[in-house]
Design a protein around this ligand. Structure first.
Ligand code: PLP
Length: 459
């Protein structure tokens, strides 16, 4: 009888992920990493994979950085845990101050939780508490956008509109009634009308949001929530210039908040520390969530940043926000986050993102731009998407063909001569497989580490 070793993924008891399930028909075994160092994964089967997506857009410093291991160990030896409702720690204050200072006065407070999903959950709770505290308890509704993604819990799946991730749970998503509704995405590549200027497109989207406020009853809405650059839903779709200023005007006209979900695009990923600091966004949100690169993937942590208006109003009324999770403001993950963010600052990595991102898009354009099946190359900084379409058109392939999965699988298994030239056997990329209506787009996404070199980009 054949016995599997414990190292064999076939006998691993972990729940298989959708990507593994999707690939399992084509791939007998899920690759197992025995060592992750720099931008490389070394697999148990002897192969070396270049990580072009920073894990899941998290590893901004690459893998195996001992400075982060040291910060984590030091924190465990100093203050390993404290219950955030009773105590605080220096590390909590230091990382909160660090993040708040990067916002040019826009944000006043930071709460640390375990995931981007949880940060968005906390954001929804805080919005309703804020309005209750200022005497508007009827404001409980949220307006979000089609094709956005805000997390994997029931309420954040409902807030988002990522059809492939929602479709299995329709029965559960009962919040999808009056409290959450969705307006159009901002995606000029597909939605700009013939002869429409970007300026007119932005005005059309602002009018749609205004109409949605009117339809719901303007004083029942807490907030409009959007990703400055859409990640999981659209693979790096950048909103047109002026879009967020126009949306903010509508929100503020009706006394509601503008929330930006920067879980994927924030903290330097798109070439400015916050995505909203790019001149084309040009306006700060009232509340913001960040995650992913906050601690570089070394530990799970995300944060809700609370803007001046909300924080001040609640503090004046001595209202405190209690999110209530066991691991909020955990000193160990905060120590990792602080060290990662200090390194990003001290090594000028946001500037490197700008440089390498511009070069990456230029090279993608040169090498793939004229390929008949490359519909669109997009993104900002080191958040790049290549949308795959049927030849010379914007028509997506039938989703049963799983084109992006197949491209990413091919990337993991480069032809021998290519592998020999590059010095690695495969490249890890993210398949954003849209729905059959093609609305979400089939996009291969690249989100490498912030310290990627010019030579890596050129390869
Ligand atoms: N918001 C955005 C924009 C995201 O891209 C993600 C994850 O991809 C989330 C929220 C959820 O974050 P997490 O997976 O850490 O819960």
């Amino acid at each position: 009888m054949q016995t599997d070793t414990l190292a064999s993924p076939d006998v691993c008891s972990a729940v298989p992920s959708p990507y593994r399930t999707a690939t399992s028909a084509l791939q007998a075994k899920v690759p197992e990493i025995f060592r992750a160092k720099g931008n490389y994964f070394h697999l148990t089967n002897g192969r070396t994979i270049f990580d072009a997506v920073g894990g899941a857009a998290v590893n901004n410093l690459g893998h195996g950085d001992e400075r982060i291991a040291d910060a984590i160990c030091e924190q465990i030896a100093t203050v390993d845990y404290c219950r955030s409702t009773l105590f605080t720690s220096k590390t909590t204050c230091d990382i909160a101050d660090f993040l708040v200072k990067t916002t040019e006065g826009a944000m006043k407070r930071a709460l640390f939780v375990s995931s981007g999903t949880e940060a968005n959950e906390a954001m929804m709770k805080l919005c309703t508490l804020y309005f209750r505290s200022i005497g508007q308890p009827q404001r409980v509704r949220f307006i979000a956008r089609k094709n956005s993604y805000h997390g994997s819990s029931v309420s954040t799946l409902t807030l988002g509109f990522h059809m492939r991730r929602r479709e299995l749970f329709q029965g559960l998503l009962s919040l999808d009634g009056p409290n959450i509704s969705h307006v159009s995405r901002a995606h000029a590549y597909r939605d700009l009308m013939p002869n429409e200027s970007e300026h007119e497109y932005v005005a059309r989207l602002a009018e749609e949001l205004d109409n949605e406020f009117q339809r719901l009853g303007p004083d029942s809405v807490c907030a409009f929530v959007a990703e400055p650059i859409v990640g999981a839903g659209l693979g790096g779709a950048v909103a047109p210039k002026g879009y967020f200023e126009a949306m903010k005007q509508v929100c503020h006209k009706y006394g509601a908040l503008l929330v930006m979900d920067e879980v994927m695009c924030g903290l330097g990923r798109t070439g400015t520390y916050h995505a909203w600091q790019h001149p084309d966004v040009g306006t700060a949100p009232d509340l913001q969530t960040v995650g992913k690169t906050l601690a570089g993937g070394y530990v799970p942590v995300a944060s809700l940043l609370v803007g001046q208006t909300v924080a001040r109003a609640m503090e004046e009324r001595r209202e405190f926000f209690i999110h209530g999770s066991t691991y909020e403001d955990h000193p160990v993950v905060e120590a990792a986050a602080l060290r990662v963010q200090q390194i990003v600052r001290d090594e000028g990595l946001v500037e490197n993102v700008q440089r390498q991102g511009a070069m990456l898009r230029e090279l993608l354009q040169q090498r793939l731009g004229s390929h008949p099946c490359v519909g669109h190359i997009r993104g900002r900084g080191l958040m790049c998407g290549v949308e795959i379409t049927q030849p010379w058109s914007k028509v997506p392939y039938c989703s049963d063909l799983r084109v992006t999965y197949r491209i990413c699988e091919a990337g993991m298994d480069l032809p021998r001569d290519v592998a020999e030239t590059l010095g690695f056997d495969g490249i890890s990329m993210t398949p954003n497989q849209g729905c059959s209506d093609g609305l979400e787009g089939d996009v291969v996404v690249l989100t490498p580490a912030f310290n990627i070199s010019t030579a890596d980009v050129a390869a």
